[in-house]
Design a protein around this ligand. Structure first.
Ligand SMILES: Cc1cn([C@H]2C[C@H](O)[C@@H](COP(=O)(O)OP(=O)(O)O[C@H]3O[C@@H](C)C(=O)[C@@H](O)[C@H]3O)O2)c(=O)[nH]c1=O
Length: 196
């Protein structure tokens, strides 16, 4: 088994550690294995791989999620640089609703964050030229794209960035606060075949 999981403080949120085989050439590691993940209790069918480069340190992307029927679970890793990666529980009825959890991920540590559907996700880059890669289990569906303002005081996220230095897209800077989402979502699993 090349993977081990650590349960984080929000139910379902996992830190996935990967065995790295090092030799004089460098290293080899698996980054995802459907069989191994199933053995660990993570039954997920990824359908899309994403990658982003954030040039300035202090780039904030998030907090993002897709609403049903295209809600997404995400497996996030950093290829280069480092991030403070954050997930916010948006599952109606969850004892953790509205609570956040953050972990540092970097290109030099074989760790990934597994974020189940029902969470908003975002990160701030801690170094210039940071490359983030993640797999998602539902396709991109712009009509289902949603987000919450990264520094909504109601969330109280302790972002390791000076807010006046944070670099955001215009879209992310204009996202609503959590209080704007009054209707709880039904976080049923997305069906890729529904995409036309
Ligand atoms: C997310 C996404 C975006 N796009 C396009 C839309 C847009 O023109 C351009 C940039 O999109 P965004 O500004 O939303 O990219 P970005 O801010 O990097 O969005 C990502 O943020 C992180 C935190 C996540 O969790 C991801 O799920 C995703 O929402 O890429 C796709 O074609 N496919 C996709 O899956």
């Amino acid at each position: 088994m090349n993977f081990a999981i650590e349960r984080l403080k929000l139910e379902g949120l996992l830190l996935v550690r990967t065995r790295r085989f090092e030799d004089p050439r460098g290293y080899f590691m698996e980054t995802w294995s459907q069989d191994a993940f199933r053995q660990l209790g993570i039954d997920v069918d990824f359908v899309q791989d994403n990658q982003s480069l954030s040039v300035p340190q202090g780039t904030v992307r998030g907090l993002h999620f897709q609403v049903p029927p295209y809600a997404q679970a995400k497996l996030v890793r950093v290829l280069q640089g480092s991030i403070f990666d954050v997930a916010v529980d948006l599952r109606a009825g969850s004892p953790d609703y509205g609570r956040w959890c953050g972990v540092t991920l970097s290109g030099v540590k074989p760790e990934q964050l597994y974020v189940p559907a029902g969470f908003a996700h975002g990160f701030v880059t801690l170094e210039p030229d940071t490359v983030v890669a993640y797999r998602v289990d539902a396709p991109y569906a712009p009509a289902c794209d949603a987000g919450i303002l990264w520094n909504d005081p109601a969330l109280g996220i302790d972002w390791p960035v000076d807010p006046t230095q944070a670099v955001l897209s215009a879209k992310d800077a204009a996202l609503p606060r959590l209080a704007a989402f009054s209707t709880p979502f039904r976080w049923k699993k997305a069906v890729a075949a529904e995409l036309v």
